[in-house]
Design a protein around this ligand. Structure first.
Ligand SMILES: [Cu+2]
Length: 142
């Protein structure tokens, strides 16, 4: 562990703690806070599409690999999120109402389609993770 990593983890814990207080202080744990966040985004994972090509994204504590994903406009792909971290992570693309989540050591798969070319931001919606570096860009090409 480097000191930078320790600082990142400390920030995540601090932000998550503050987030829990801001959420009303009614939630018993950071996990409940994360689940609430998921509900707020309101986008259940779209079921994987049969026969669609697969795009892989890996989540660790606290970044995505690769940080940039490219797909073609109008093409449906299955985004497979693999969590190689020690805690819950998800990948949401608010601009496309996309949401996939994976527990530590597990995978989460959801179908993804973007009708128009453009650049969309994605990030992990667990409190503090986006700020710690869990974010990236989806580039939709023609
Ligand atoms: Cu995360």
């Amino acid at each position: 562990m480097t000191w930078k990593r320790l600082v990142a983890i400390a920030i995540v814990i601090a932000v998550g703690f503050v987030g829990t207080i801001l959420a009303g202080g009614l939630l018993p744990s950071g996990l409940a806070s994360a689940q609430q966040e998921h509900r707020e985004h309101g986008a259940p994972s779209s079921a994987p599409a049969a026969g669609a090509p697969t795009i892989a994204a890996v989540a660790v504590d606290f970044k995505f690999t690769p940080p940039e994903i490219r797909i073609k406009a109008g093409q449906t792909v299955n985004l497979v999120l693999t969590n190689r971290g020690a805690i819950l992570h998800d990948l949401i693309i608010p601009g496309l109402k996309f949401h996939a989540a994976a527990e530590p050591g597990k995978k989460g798969t959801a179908s993804l389609t973007a009708a128009k070319p453009g650049t969309y931001e994605f990030y992990c919606s667990v409190p503090g993770h986006r700020e710690a570096g869990m974010k990236g860009r989806l580039i939709v090409t023609r």
